[in-house]
Design a protein around this ligand. Structure first.
Ligand code: UD1
Ligand code: CA
Length: 451
């Protein structure tokens, strides 16, 4: 059995923020959620979050996670003191306890698995994750023998100059045999430079303890300030983009593209510069997106071309052309082979197959059939100042340039609307409708000059 404890009681002074450090967002998720996520594959039977600074806020932010236990550390007297708080909670527990600092959002689940395997096959009292990092300043240094058995962990500030030359650092990820840790926890002393109770001292008291070096040191970068948070975002993005490149997606100028890890892409897609794919977005094969496009929570079909556009909460059928400068938002459904073009905004609207809205239009709360042609500048006047009203347009209907459709209104199939019409009443199938002032011409007329 495995229990997980996450240290999340600290304020994170160096973030210079009112928000507790572990709640800072990284690619759409808080750091502490990322740490929790990295442990899911281990199927822990208990998940404990140790909270202190703004405990309520951390608890509220994690409401959606079922089965979490929150333990409060009212005074932050060190990492060892934090783990002492769970002694009563895990009284009857038999198994291993995985302890993770809450500011380690880049850990890979495989790394934790590997650590657990080492821990269990060697029947260690504790196993700790270590790394060789270029600049080990600030981290605890780990000393071990050739068989990777721990000799000692010494905090950076307690190291002699010779000891601080050691580049193997303590990542802040520990696996303990709980029955062994339980024995030593009550005996920690705060006889160090910071006068804190160190969890690393508990490790020093145990035997045997093994050390496992992580292959990719970026995984264990702890986030203490916003610069490190920004670096962590880049690391996450590089992982995501490397995976998509390997999977057969072309990224042109990847550094200018961002892709959330929740996005799904088929192979043979091309993503051009300055394109951002967010949330639950899915794109089918052969599509070509960007440059300059934002797509959020949307499904783009196969072989769709999207150029300089913003698409949110919408679905685009196969073989469509969107943009340049199209804005789709709030449940837009576009059929296959549609064209939505320059400076068009569409909201809460459905377009049947092969329908075109090519230039300068606004469509809201509308349902359009197949092969409809919306002329340049056509507007649905869907809002009367209080309520939104629907517009229905039948198959093969064409609206002339600059038509205004005052909703609620229904146009049948095969209707032609004359340019410049303002329609306020329904039109049946198969008709021409003209709703505008006749043009008057007065020959020889000139403005009278007033004196
Ligand atoms: C700790 C380790 C150090 C390691 C480093 C890795 C100790 C004594 N040192 O140092 O060896 O290299 O992490 O990043 O453990 N926290 C609490 N309650 C407390 C104190 C801290 O919950 O009373 C939490 C913090 O919110 C944070 C985590 O514990 O998530 C680590 O605390 P931090 O002060 O950042 O430890 P370091 O000094 O970085
Ligand atoms: Ca830290």
């Amino acid at each position: 059995m495995i229990a997980v404890a996450i240290l999340a009681a600290g304020k994170g002074t160096r973030m210079k923020s009112n928000l507790p450090k572990v709640l800072h967002q990284l690619g759409g998720k808080s750091m502490v959620e990322r740490v929790l996520n990295s442990t899911i594959d281990l199927s822990p039977s208990r998940q404990i979050v140790i909270v202190g600074y703004c405990a309520d806020q951390v608890q509220t932010a994690l409401q959606a996670w079922s089965g979490l236990e929150f333990v409060e550390q009212t005074e932050q007297l060190g990492t060892g003191h934090a783990i002492q708080q769970i002694l009563p909670v895990l009284k009857e527990f038999e198994g291993d306890l995985l302890v993770l600092n809450g500011d380690l959002p880049l850990l890979r689940p495989q790394t934790l698995k590997k650590m657990l395997v080492t821990h269990q096959t060697h029947e260690n009292a504790a196993t700790i994750l270590t790394a060789h990092i270029p600049n080990p300043k600030g981290y605890g240094r780990v000393f071990c023998d050739a068989r990777m058995h721990l000799q000692e962990i010494i905090e950076d500030r307690d190291c002699s100059p010779a000891q601080s030359q050691n580049q193997r650092i303590n990542a802040g990820v520990y696996c303990f045999r709980w029955s062994a840790l339980e024995q030593v926890l009550p005996h920690l002393k705060a006889d160090n430079d910071q006068q804190e109770y160190y969890l690393t001292d508990a490790v020093n008291y145990l035997e045997p303890v093994m050390v496992l070096d992580v292959e990719d040191y970026q995984e264990i970068l702890g986030i203490n300030d916003r610069k490190q948070l920004a670096t962590a975002y880049n690391i996450l993005q590089n992982r995501i983009k490397d995976d998509w490149l390997t999977a057969g997606v072309t990224l042109i100028d990847p550094d200018s593209i961002t892709i959330d890890e929740t996005v799904e892409l088929a192979s043979d897609i091309v993503i051009e510069p300055q394109t951002h794919l967010r949330g639950n977005t899915k794109i089918d094969t052969g599509s070509h997106i960007g440059p300059g496009t934002l797509i959020e929570n949307s499904h783009i079909g196969a072989n769709v071309r999207v150029l300089y556009s913003v698409i949110k909460d919408s679905q685009i059928g196969d073989n469509g052309q969107i943009g340049p400068y199209t804005h789709l938002r709030g449940e837009v459904q576009i059929g296959s082979q549609c064209r939505v073009g320059n400076f068009v905004e569409i909201k809460k609207t459905t377009l049947g197959d092969r329908t075109k809205v090519a230039h300068l239009s606004y469509l809201g709360n509308a349902t359009l059939g197949a092969q409809v042609n919306i002329g340049a500048g056509t507007i649905t006047a869907n809002y009367d100042g209080f309520n939104k009203h629907p517009t229905y347009i039948g198959d093969r209907t064409k609206t002339g340039a600059n038509s205004v459709l005052v909703a609620p209104i229904t146009l049948g199939t095969d209707v032609t609307v004359a340019a410049g019409s303002t329609l306020t009443q329904d039109v049946g199938d198969d008709a021409l409708v003209i709703a505008r002032q006749h043009q008057s011409v007065l020959p020889g007329w000139r403005p009278s000059t007033s004196k």
